[in-house]
Design a protein around this ligand. Structure first.
Ligand SMILES: *[C@@H]1O[C@H](CO)[C@@H](O)[C@H](O)[C@H]1NC(C)=O
Ligand SMILES: *[C@@H]1O[C@H](CO)[C@@H](O)[C@H](O)[C@H]1NC(C)=O
Length: 448
């Protein structure tokens, strides 16, 4: 049956792929390619202390916080920062300072060189946020533990503080949703993710080195003095959304606002994050949706879902009422309740030979495969406007706690108006292409 794939039952390995050392390949057409690693992967250098690795339930809980914050940003559009004001810097921001708090943001990391002399820093990359930041000495308020030495701007010949009076400072509001502050005439940024994690510090510019030939002087970023969250030991975050301050827009003169990635599926495979270049003919593009207008998210128009080759009967109004975004930092794909219900029903029907077991956090369709040598499951495909059909990789269907609890990796939203999110489990191994200037997102077959 061509619409089904056969896999070996996998052992419940939570930690997926990772590449430890970054490696840059500069290809033709001004492409720069970074290796992509999974934040919690077993081979990640960031993953030394097993005790700090979040459990599945914690990861899924974090994912819920992120989804909540995405929905609130979408419903408030640009007004999200209105309650947060850093103008009186002594007031800091009213952000809860809980230790061990979590960031609901991305699971995949890349390494980039900062400053002169160059220091390599591993950052979580996130298509759902804009500003790039790293923890900075002297960490005057607080820094969480990171794997690499914390960046010291005083030891870099190329670091400059941005002053409060600079018009660059005022650009922060749209990138962070928070009015910038001022401390001894230095511009102060603040950014908050999900419920509890944040970064706050000086807004600066610095030389960034991607490859020997791909160097950006005067890259604007946050030099974090007060950072909290579970970033998995990463040094900060690389913002890949669409605001003018995002990495994508700041490097657009060189790369044309074009990037792509492949999120690896296992510890034995390698992913990539590539800036610039073009897309192969196999990549099919869908236009950016109106749902993300006025925000920096990447909106898509979902037109349908199929299970085992059969289209689910989902009214088009279900997806048009919610809208969809694609996000590298949300783990589990979220669907409008009616769409999830149709998917779950069809999937359970196709899987009725296998015993269901307990739900795992937000995942309610979990199987006990412990007595099987192999399992056959239906292929799942998404379609987006422009007749773009995306057949998910087999690794993009399940989220496994252990062989005896392997769950369908989708969840329903509580509210029909909450946005649908095409998450990173479902993006695994696909070539995902962001043509920001062309206002479109493309999908190609497995590229890692
Ligand atoms: C940046 O500004 C802050 C606040 O004024 C100051 O403490 C810090 O030393 C400055 N950093 C550099 C490298 O100039
Ligand atoms: C499942 O695995 C068993 C033993 O490994 C094999 O004999 C059987 O043919 C497999 N089933 C299918 C449908 O391939």
């Amino acid at each position: 049956m061509t619409n089904y794939m056969l896999i070996d039952v996998f052992i419940g390995v939570r930690c997926e792929c990772v590449l430890t050392n970054w490696e840059f390949n500069t290809g033709p057409n001004g492409k720069a390619s970074l290796k992509v690693t999974h934040k919690y992967g077993p081979c990640s250098q960031l993953h030394r202390d097993k005790a700090k690795t979040p459990t599945h339930a914690e990861i899924l809980q974090q994912d819920e916080s992120r989804v909540k914050s995405i929905n609130s940003r979408l419903s408030n559009k640009l007004a999200s920062g209105d309650n947060n004001d850093l103008r009186n810097s002594k007031a800091s921001v009213n952000i809860p300072a809980k230790s061990g708090s979590t960031i609901g943001t991305g699971n995949y990391v890349v390494t980039i060189g900062f400053g002169t002399p160059k220091k390599d820093l591993t950052l979580v990359f996130d298509t759902g946020s804009d500003i790039t930041w790293t923890q900075c000495e002297p960490c005057s308020k607080s820094c969480y533990q990171q794997k690499e030495p914390i960046f010291n701007p005083s030891a870099s010949n190329t670091y400059t503080n941005i002053t409060c009076s600079s018009n660059l400072c005022s650009k922060l509001i749209s990138a962070t949703g928070i009015t910038p502050g001022c401390s001894s005439s230095t511009c102060v940024y603040g950014i908050q993710y999900g419920d509890q994690s944040f970064s706050l510090g000086f807004f600066g510019k610095e030389k960034l080195t991607l490859t020997q030939t791909d160097v950006f002087n005067d890259f604007l970023f946050g030099c974090g003095q007060n950072n909290q969250g579970l970033f998995g030991g990463a040094a900060g975050l690389l913002g890949l959304a669409r605001d003018p301050l995002s990495f994508v827009q700041q490097t657009a003169p060189k790369y044309g606002g074009f990037f792509s990635y492949c999120l690896p599926s296992s510890s034995s495979s390698t992913g990539h994050l590539t800036f610039g270049g073009g897309a192969s003919n196999a990549v099919k593009f869908t236009p950016l949706s109106k749902v993300s207008d006025g925000t920096s998210f990447y909106g898509l128009d979902t037109t349908g879902i199929s299970v085992g080759g059969s289209s689910l009967a989902i009214s088009p109004s279900v997806f048009s009422a919610s809208g969809t975004i694609i996000d590298s930092g949300t783990v589990i794909t979220r669907l409008p309740p009616a769409a999830y219900s149709a998917l779950k029903t069809a999937f359970r029907e196709a899987m009725k030979a296998y015993p269901l077991t307990d739900p795992l956090s937000i995942l309610d369709t979990c199987y006990d495969f412990s007595k099987y040598d192999n399992v056959t499951f239906p292929k799942i495909a998404f379609s987006f406007s422009g007749r773009v059909n995306v057949l998910l990789d087999g690794t993009g269907v399940f989220y496994a706690q252990k062989t005896s609890q392997v769950c369908l990796a989708f969840a329903g939203n509580g509210d029909a108006s909450d946005v649908a999110i095409f998450g990173n489990v479902q993006q695994k191994r696909l070539e995902v292409v962001y043509d920001v200037a062309g206002r479109r997102v493309g999908f190609g077959p497995a590229s890692c």
